[in-house]
Design a binder for this molecule. Structure first.
Ligand code: DPP
Ligand code: ZN
Length: 876
């Protein structure tokens, strides 16, 4: 497979101004007639042939300006259609293809999901529908006529506004015509046809336009669509208020389907969602689901401006829309909920997914320079690190200049397919700052480390802070340059933050140091007492921090820092340090227990004094860093069992010391009102359930009793699932019994059973692999549905100790699954193979076994491009 490089970008030789699609839907034989209005691109090569992309297509007819083309004038195959010598002027091409949506198991292009016709075209699925210039810088105005049997597909949707509907006379069929006035790339095309229920709401934009909002779901599930619709209304208002963006069509439709490779898709005016991110009611969705639905509804809606109105010139610019849109949805959720708690949750995700990617063989820059399969670059690096880059930009230039830069971007780039350079130019202009050095964040992979140390001169009342940065080598980038790092800080004294006075040019103001070179020292004067530095407040840069503070100092920050994020971080750091030390084989358990007592003491005080003030925050505090975080922190020669063992000891010891407090807290927090999904109520449940998990580890008998009570009395899935999860930590018959009860209660709820599958796949016991294999035979599981696969097989691959079994059986199983899935759905298979991304940090025995399984995948004949690419890069 060819490597596609950013430096080889050339504008298209041809443009397609208009696309008229006439699609006659039928389960096995869907006919697609496309009328393309083409013209030479003034920026392209004059006289070039017209080469259209295809993928597994069958051409049934082709006409140029209405006349059938001579067979010698074109070459058509499944993967492309070439018109050898097209006219050197504007012309039309009529192309007819015939598709089998029922046979489309890749879930790219047009397919059927539980009898609903739907599409997924990003990144390059449109070429599976018709031959096209399937690249984001070719933007066209679409008119789409859909026709289907009335009984099978009473609902027919496409992008834009509905302009006509009618019956097809003399048949059982009907049609709808949709017109989207906004030129768009093919990846934003969508259609839906099926029997669907919906909920709707009228909306008036800030600039007075009427919009009809609707959320479509499987028949009978309309009662679960309300939260998504409510989230949609709130995020539309927020985008008007915060970014000054109004919606721009008469309708906005969201459709939930049950077979979907991604989370959701921002097709213009017709967002298609994985039903997991739409359907919610208290009995079938957790607080986490409510929050995810709100965030993803917002994410896809926000794409209407950052992605659709302004799209990407090429797929190397993917972060232009994704990083920016993740930043926007994170800000929305922060405003709707608790800002510090949202930040903590996002940083946990960033570290777990992106830092681990950045530390392994699949590391790549936020803007990759080359790819073989673009679908493999919808990564935490492009999304989450991409969002961090935007956040840093805002911190560096300030909120006002950031706002003006965004406005300029919306104005200047509207209707275009843009680049990172064009985006950054808007902020350079609005801030008057040179951002060329900052742009290195887009080019350089790897997580930088900041090494910090401070010295206090009591006589001179001076505090000197030394900061240095390094970035480790990553594949293809052996030497690294310094990046621009905004380090938000405070100096914490006995009574809180000390005033910051310094003459350093690196000190911006408002407690911000800009570390833009390998190292620097900042001297603060008039520092009245020896301070404790609180660095990277709010996690102001996506880096690792090495700061030689004692545990006593960290515990003081935990109780006294004015920055909530760093309060949380301080306690995490104490726990991380203890677990890193204890997670190496052969370390002394007594040291860990002493540390547990110290942490428990701090937690006890915190919970008693402030646990009820902000339960959501307290829940975050109570949750220790995960074993996988510790593995990443150790970084090499990793023994997952030793780490898990240390984690369990520490949790157990803390839980024992806190048992009385936790039980009391649970009683106080026990809800009296009926379930409500708001952030405050969710926070109380989160703290209660976090406490339950600790009790289950520390005192299994008492834990099992509490689980039993909670499970039986719960009026919502959040509490039921938390009970199940806590029970999975306690081996024995009672656990198996509860697992069985859960399955009975939710027997007809596939999305709930996904959680049930995953909870079992995550059990950190040697029996889990057999359990997972058994569950594959359960009727709740299907290899054809991505959500089921991600829950059970993906869950197992995320099980640190069992995926990384010392006998290699975990690797073999996942490798076999990858090979099996690749035959039907390469995207799901390649995601799963990505579970191997951290294999190089393992101890030698596991490392060899993981490598052998990867190699087995790599040598399998007939691999998809998706899986071959991941296997190759993972092994390199
Ligand atoms: N649908 C995916 C997202 O919104 C890809 N664009 O991130
Ligand atoms: Zn997105």
């Amino acid at each position: 497979t060819p490597l596609i490089r950013l430096e080889d970008y050339r504008p298209s030789d041809w443009l397609i101004d208009t696309v008229d699609l006439d699609i006659s839907l039928a389960p096995q034989q869907t006919r697609v007639r496309a009328l393309l209005g083409l013209r030479p691109n003034p920026a392209g090569q004059p006289g070039a042939p017209l080469i259209l992309d295809g993928d597994e297509l069958v051409l049934s007819e082709i006409k140029l300006d209405g006349a059938t083309l001579d067979a010698s004038a074109f070459t058509a195959g499944p993967q492309s259609l070439t018109v050898h010598a097209p006219p050197r002027r504007g012309f039309t091409l009529t192309i007819e293809t015939v598709l089998d949506p029922s046979a489309n198991t890749k879930l790219m292009g047009l397919y059927r999901s539980s009898k609903v016709y739907c599409t997924q075209c990003e990144a390059d699925g449109f070429r599976r529908i018709t031959y096209f210039l399937d690249r984001p810088d070719v933007m066209s105005v679409y008119t789409v006529r859909l026709e289907a049997a009335k009984a099978e597909a009473p609902v027919l949707l496409s992008n834009g506004n509905r302009v006509a509907t009618g019956e097809v006379s003399g048949s059982d069929r009907h049609f709808a015509v949709w017109h989207d006035p906004h030129p768009k790339p093919a990846y934003l095309f969508a259609l839906v046809g099926g029997a669907l229920d919906h909920v709707r709401e009228d909306y008036v934009t800030a600039d007075g336009q009427q919009v009809e909002l609707a959320v479509y779901v499987e028949p009978g599930k309309a009662g679960r669509a309300g939260w998504a619709l409510d989230s949609l209304v709130r995020c539309m208002r927020w985008d008007e208020r915060v970014f000054g963006r109004n919606y721009d069509l008469d309708v906005f439709n969201v459709v939930a389907v049950s077979d979907f490779n991604m989370g959701a898709m921002e097709n213009k005016g017709l967002n298609i969602f994985n039903d997991k991110y739409v359907l919610a009611d208290p009995q079938t969705a957790t607080d986490g689901d409510y929050a995810s639905i709100e965030a993803i509804i917002a994410h896809e809606y926000f794409h209407n401006w950052t992605g659709n109105r302004i799209t990407c010139r090429d797929w190397f610019q993917l972060c232009l829309k994704e990083g920016l849109t993740v930043f926007r949805d994170q800000e929305f959720s922060a405003d709707e909920r608790s800002r510090p708690v949202k930040r903590i949750a996002d940083v946990r995700t960033l570290r777990a997914t992106q830092f681990s990617e950045d530390a392994g063989p699949l590391a790549h820059p936020v803007r990759p320079r080359a790819y073989k399969e673009i679908n493999n670059f919808y990564t935490p690096t492009v999304y989450e690190k991409g969002a961090e880059v935007i956040r840093m930009l805002k911190v560096l230039i300030g909120a006002d200049a950031f706002k003006r830069g965004m406005d300029l971007y919306f104005e200047r780039c509207d209707g275009t397919a843009a680049t990172i350079e064009e985006f950054l130019a808007c902020f350079a202009e609005s801030s008057g700052k040179d951002l060329s050095h900052f742009a290195r964040w887009y080019e350089q992979a790897g997580t930088p480390t900041i090494v910090a140390s401070g010295r206090y001169d009591a006589r001179a009342k001076r505090y000197t802070l030394d900061l240095a940065q390094t970035t480790p080598p990553t594949p293809g980038q052996t030497t690294k340059q310094p990046v621009v790092l905004p380090v938000a800080l405070g100096l914490v004294g006995r009574d809180g933050d000390l005033p910051l006075t310094t003459g350093s040019s690196a000190y911006a103001d408002d407690g911000l140091i800009v570390l833009d070179r390998p190292s620097l020292s900042v001297v603060f004067s008039d520092v009245a007492e020896a301070p404790i530095p609180s660095l990277l407040r709010g996690f102001s840069a996506p880096v690792r921090l090495e700061l030689d503070l004692s545990d006593a100092d960290l515990l003081r920050l935990f109780s006294a820092d004015s920055d909530s994020f760093n309060r949380w971080q301080a306690l995490q750091s104490v726990a991380t340090r203890a677990l890193v030390a204890a997670g190496r084989p052969g370390t002394d358990g007594a040291v860990l227990l002493a540390k547990a007592a110290e942490i428990a003491g701090a937690l006890d005080r915190f919970l008693r004094e402030q646990g009820l003030a902000d339960p959501a925050f307290a829940a975050q505090v109570l949750r220790l860093p995960a074993p996988a975080d510790i593995a990443r922190e150790i970084g090499g020669d990793v023994d997952p069992d030793a780490i898990y063992g240390a984690h369990r000891s520490l949790s157990g010891a803390i839980g024992q010391a806190l048992e009385a407090t936790l039980v009391g807290l649970r009683d106080t927090l026990a809800k009296k009102a009926a379930y409500a999904p708001d952030a405050a109520s969710a926070g109380r449940r989160a703290l209660r359930n976090e406490a339950l998990g600790l009790i289950a580890i520390a005192a299994p008998e008492a834990g099992a009793r509490l689980v039993e009570q909670q499970f039986s009395s719960a009026d919502n899935l959040t509490d039921r699932l938390a009970a199940l999860a806590a029970m999975t930590l306690i081996p024995g018959d009672a656990r198996e019994h509860l697992i069985g009860r859960f399955a009975e209660i939710y027997a007809s709820e596939p999305l709930v059973l996904d959680k049930w599958l995953m909870a079992q796949a995550l059990i950190a016991e040697p029996g889990t692999l057999d359990r997972v294999k058994r569950l594959m035979q359960n009727k709740a599981f299907s290899l054809g549905n991505p959500n089921r696969v991600r829950a059970l097989i993906g869950g197992f691959a995320a099980n640190l100790t069992q995926f990384n079994r010392a006998d290699g059986a975990g690797y073999e199983f996942v490798a076999d699954m990858v090979i099996a899935l690749d035959r039907t759905n390469p995207q799901v298979a390649s995601r799963l193979l990505g579970s191997f991304k951290s294999w190089k940090m393992l101890e030698p025995v596991r490392k060899d076994l993981a490598q052998a399984s990867l190699a087995l995948v790599a040598r399998t004949p007939g691999l998809s491009r998706d899986v071959a690419d991941i296997a190759e890069r993972a092994l390199a």
